[in-house]
Design a protein around this ligand. Structure first.
Ligand code: COA
Length: 175
């Protein structure tokens, strides 16, 4: 398994993992699946913004998982904060792929000067919460019944990781 930047060859695999999460889980709060063109546009938008889309690729180049981040909110004041997502193919979970993707993704965020990474996680998603705790994310909030899927209200847990120790946004990074 190798972590690399996503390209056109990976869109099919990314689309399949995304749609599986839509149809079977509460990890993505959408009920509609997407097509190849939708994920191709998403990949292109992320790359134009200078943000990474990483894939965990198997021996034959197949997509075992993917991770990415984008702006947390659109206003200028949030410039140093990103929100990420990470998905591992259902038959590949529990093998260290999520952790490996996240470790590289965190390094990428640090390398472009981001200060905070935010995870918004369905509050009952024990696996994702464990993964983030193990990576050093701290619990910072819990919004009750802000979402819905499969006929039930969903709570959203927020976790965050500080990516550097800059005392102010203008300070030179020391790490
Ligand atoms: C959550 C997810 C990304 C984790 O990826 P993964 O490859 O399965 O996790 P890893 O094998 O890398 O595990 C990383 C750590 O988290 C822990 N962990 C992962 N899943 C766990 C689970 N279900 N229960 C308890 N601990 C878990 C592992 O013990 C591991 O700790 P260790 O490295 O100290 O042994 C993956 O299960 C997934 O894609 N789930 C469905 C989609 C999803 O929920 N995405 C996140 C949306 S916020």
């Amino acid at each position: 398994m190798e972590i690399r930047d996503a390209g056109a060859d990976h869109i099919e695999g990314i689309t399949a993992i995304y749609n599986d999460a839509v149809t079977r889980t509460t990890a993505i709060w959408n009920e509609s699946t997407v097509d190849h063109a939708n994920r191709a546009a998403w990949l292109s938008d992320r790359q134009k913004a200078g943000y990474p889309v990483l894939v965990a690729a198997g021996e034959a180049g197949e997509v075992l998982g993917y991770a990415s981040f984008g702006d947390w909110r659109a206003f200028d004041g949030y410039h140093h904060t990103v929100e990420h997502s990470v998905y591992v193919r259902s038959d590949q979970q529990g093998k260290g792929i999520g952790r490996a993707l996240m470790q590289v993704l965190i390094g990428r965020a640090q390398s472009i000067g981001k200060h905070v990474m935010v995870a918004g996680i369905e509050a009952n998603n024990a696996g994702s919460i464990k993964l983030h705790e193990k990576l050093g994310f701290e619990h910072v909030g819990h919004l009750k019944e802000v979402g819905m899927k499969f006929g039930a209200w969903l709570d959203l847990a927020f976790m965050q990781l500080k990516l550097d120790a800059r005392p102010s946004p203008d300070a030179v990074q020391t790490r």
